[in-house]
Design a protein around this ligand. Structure first.
Ligand code: MN
Length: 293
């Protein structure tokens, strides 16, 4: 099933070029905080699924072109992120890792601010700055259940689904400005996630997916999730060993080679097999910030 958030945080499923409104499957108690509807649906999926399936035939159908798609999980409790996480392409450097000793296995994970997450209709908005900004093409893993100390063999029981995620970054300038990674990656709009969330039953092997990213028409990143250094299950084991994971948490599973610059006027397209495709514009943030970067 492909789940979306749209318009004023209504929830729907995708059926071809239509959305079916399934918001009724979520208690009206959440009408006063609709941005949390998807978190509720994910957490209560086991019991809510029957109602969702009923609504798929009886719910209001709306043409996709007539709605504003929001990011599927507008209020993720956490956005965990893995550092660069793919072995180089065979033919480039054999099976040598991207950056030895710098994967999540050695460095652990880092955090992106949940408030940086935006959707397919939003742009990556660069601050008024002469600094370089980069794209990273990543498979987003959406957590479905609460859990702590989850061994990797059980990790996929805690996965709800997948989405496409662009991890935008302000690059460090060694010796000049080497701010914390979490801050450089947490500008509003630096974590586009979407266009929808695909439930895990539709992605039988998440470690066998092509992950590609274009800037304008230029293919910049092309890899397969089988080449991840630290796989999804191991990432979940690591993160849940530090703190409890929660329904709606997002894991940015790390980028392959080919990270490169984005500038105002570019269009970034991410495509992950069976998970979706999303085009995001790069713009200048309208209002200059008082803090200069
Ligand atoms: Mn990244």
């Amino acid at each position: 099933m492909k789940l979306v958030s749209f318009n004023d945080y209504q929830v729907g499923t995708i059926d071809g070029d239509h959305i079916v409104n399934i918001t009724e499957a979520i208690p009206s108690g959440l009408d006063s905080m609709p941005q949390f509807r998807m978190n509720w649906l994910i957490e209560h999926w086991a019991t809510a699924q029957a109602k969702v399936k009923d609504l798929q035939s009886s719910g209001t159908r709306i043409n996709l072109s007539a709605v504003k798609l929001l990011t599927p999980v507008p209020k993720p409790p956490h956005v965990f992120a893995a550092p660069a996480n793919y072995r180089k392409h065979i033919g480039e450097l054999g099976s040598r890792s991207v950056s030895k000793g710098r994967s999540a296995r050695e460095q652990g994970f880092f955090l992106k601010a949940p408030g940086s997450v935006t959707g397919p209709a939003d742009a990556i908005e660069l601050p008024h700055s002469g600094r370089r900004f980069d794209h990273e093409s990543e498979l987003a893993v959406i957590i479905g259940k609460h859990g702590r100390n989850i061994p990797r063999a059980e990790a996929f029981d805690y996965v709800f689904g997948y989405s496409c995620l662009i991890d935008a970054t302000m690059r460090i300038e060694p010796g000049v400005a080497e701010e914390e990674r979490s801050m450089r990656k947490s500008f509003l709009g630096f974590t586009p996630v979407g266009p929808y969330l695909v439930t895990k039953d539709e992605v039988p092997n998440p470690q066998e997916l092509d992950n590609r990213l274009w800037v304008n028409d230029d293919l910049r990143q092309s890899a397969n999730t089988r080449d991840m250094i630290v796989g999804i299950a191991e990432l979940i084991e690591l993160i849940s060993s530090v703190l409890p994971i929660q329904p709606g948490d997002i894991i940015a599973s790390g980028t392959p080679e080919g990270v490169g610059p984005i500038t105002v006027g570019d269009t970034v397209k991410i495509s992950i097999d069976g998970v979706g495709e999303m085009e995001i514009a790069v713009r200048r943030v309208p209002a200059a910030s008082p803090w200069k970067f």
